[in-house]
Design a protein around this ligand. Structure first.
Ligand code: TRP
Length: 369
């Protein structure tokens, strides 16, 4: 089975083991107990890392550290996006200072999306959902790539860094990292590198450890940025750390993608829409007939409903284990599993949609800088 995983495209079945080897990242092993409170860590949905040790040390020694990540503000905000949002909130609660880049320059180059559209989508899809999910105003900077800061010293430093980094990379490295390369891709990649490193500039936090949580498709950016940053003598950067989460599967498999409405569950979906999508599209690991299912049992590893429970909607480990066991044994049918998943998602969304209404008023407060 072929796979294609680049920062701009994810196709086919993703073979994580192969990617871990190819990209030279490490599987996440022992983490301090407090990480296990978050099911994404406990269940190894966040499964791999580079240099996480540096972050754990900072935390242990009560030294400041940053979590930095970015969002491409295109399309509807779906439950796959919530996976990264939950990590932001986790890191914020752990004591990290949070930097979030709205990648409107990248969206302009890569998706031909206007800055106005990016702004609207970032505010009313992404940031609103972050707030509703529990992101706090404290210890947080959200900014747009096209308007870094109203403070000129800080703003200049961010764009200056993009240029300084350009000096330390070759055209062939770009080609190696990204394949096809255009002037726009090159500019947005360098800006993404500045996103990841600029919190360490004296105009911001000064040198400190930074963790960048991403989907594994974004790793080429990280590898390149790590390589470039090593070559910069002044300022001396502390090497970036990163964590990698599994992709939220799309309803019929592959990666959940906002460009394919039959692949995602949006945070604004109604209970009927959720039921319809799960019943109609969610790939089942069950057998063709009930008789066969009772005899042979289902496969939770490929069952999209089960994966949604595991990745987000069933917090209770014991319940999840029981569902898994019953499904494997054929005691639980696909219909029953889907019904339960629909209920769980709808309970979550009902609460979330109420929180979204309250979040609307809060948006401006999250943007002032
Ligand atoms: N390229 C990322 C995406 O497509 C968005 C992004 C911009 C980003 N700057 C970043 C991600 C810095 C992590 C860190 O979603």
């Amino acid at each position: 089975m072929s796979q294609k995983v680049t920062p701009w495209e994810v196709e086919g079945d993703v073979n994580y083991e192969k990617l871990v080897k190819e990209f030279g990242i490490s599987l996440l092993k022992e983490l301090p107990e407090e990480f296990n409170k978050e099911l994404l860590f406990r269940r190894k949905i966040v499964f791999a890392h580079r240099d996480i040790q540096r972050i754990l040390e900072a935390k242990k020694n009560k030294k400041p550290f940053v979590m930095m990540t970015g969002l491409m503000p295109t399309g509807r905000f779906h439950i796959g996006h919530a996976l990264i949002a939950k990590q932001m909130i986790f890191w914020q609660n752990l004591g990290a200072k949070i930097y979030i880049a709205v990648a409107d320059i990248e969206a302009y180059h890569q998706r031909n999306q206007s800055f106005e559209d990016s702004k609207r989508i970032a505010l009313h899809e992404y940031i609103k959902n972050y707030i509703a999910l529990g992101l706090k105003k404290k210890n947080l900077e959200i900014y747009f790539q096209s308007e870094r800061d109203t403070n000129a010293k800080r703003s200049n430093a961010y764009y200056r860094l993009q240029n300084l980094l350009a000096k330390h990379v070759t055209f062939n490295e770009f080609k190696g990292a990204y394949g096809e390369i255009t002037p726009g891709k090159m500019l947005s990649s360098l800006l993404q590198a500045s996103d990841m490193l600029h919190p360490q500039l004296k105009e911001f936090e000064g040198p400190l450890p930074i963790v960048v949580p991403v989907g594994i498709d974004q790793d080429p950016h990280l590898r390149l940025t790590r390589d470039i940053s090593k070559r910069v003598k002044e300022p001396k950067f502390i090497q970036l750390s990163s964590t990698y989460n599994l992709f939220m599967p799309g309803l019929s498999g592959g990666k959940m993608s906002s460009s394919d409405p039959t692949s995602f569950i949006a945070m604004t979906d109604s209970p009927e829409e959720v039921a319809n999508k799960i019943n109609k599209y969610a790939f089942s690991g069950g057998q063709e007939t009930l008789e066969l299912h009772r005899k042979k049992g289902g496969n939770p590893d490929v069952d999209v409903s089960f994966q949604y429970l595991k990745m987000m909607f069933e917090e209770d480990d014991k319940k999840l284990a029981k569902i898994e066991e019953d499904y494997i044994k054929g005691k639980l049918t696909t219909g029953e599993l889907k019904k339960y998943t629909i209920e769980k998602i709808n309970t979550f969304l009902k609460k979330h949609q109420e929180a979204r209404k309250k979040a609307e008023k809060e948006i401006p407060k999250f943007l002032k800088n």
